[in-house]
Write a protein that binds this ligand. Structure first.
Ligand code: SF4
Length: 97
């Protein structure tokens, strides 16, 4: 089995990006992240802007409960959240510094 820790990096080099059209707030990312990057909570209205009708209906149906980034700088790029998300809503992005 592929060990997702192969890609582990010092904190601050990568960050998770959550696709707001896909996230359903199931919380698998919260459970697998070893450094507490995520929490499930109500998506702030500012992060709902730009979503299409379909995504808005879906968000409303889930009471806008989604994964939120509460400790983004702690990300070590282990990739566990990417593999754990059943909606394939998370990708990792390099932080430009
Ligand atoms: S890649 Fe690893 S450390 Fe970074 S947010 Fe996902 S589970 Fe947490």
């Amino acid at each position: 089995m592929h060990d997702t820790n192969d890609c582990k990096q010092p904190p601050g080099h990568f960050r998770p990006v959550i696709d707001r059209r896909r996230c359903e707030g199931k919380g698998d990312c919260v459970r697998v992240c070893p450094v507490g990057v995520f929490a499930v909570g109500t998506l702030p209205p500012a992060l709902r802007e730009g979503l299409g009708l379909r995504a808005r209906v879906k968000g409303f149906a889930h009471r806008w409960q989604q994964a939120l980034l509460v400790q983004e700088p702690a990300c070590e790029a282990c990739g566990r959240c990417v593999g754990a998300c059943p909606e394939r809503a998370i990708r990792l992005e390099r932080v430009n510094r």
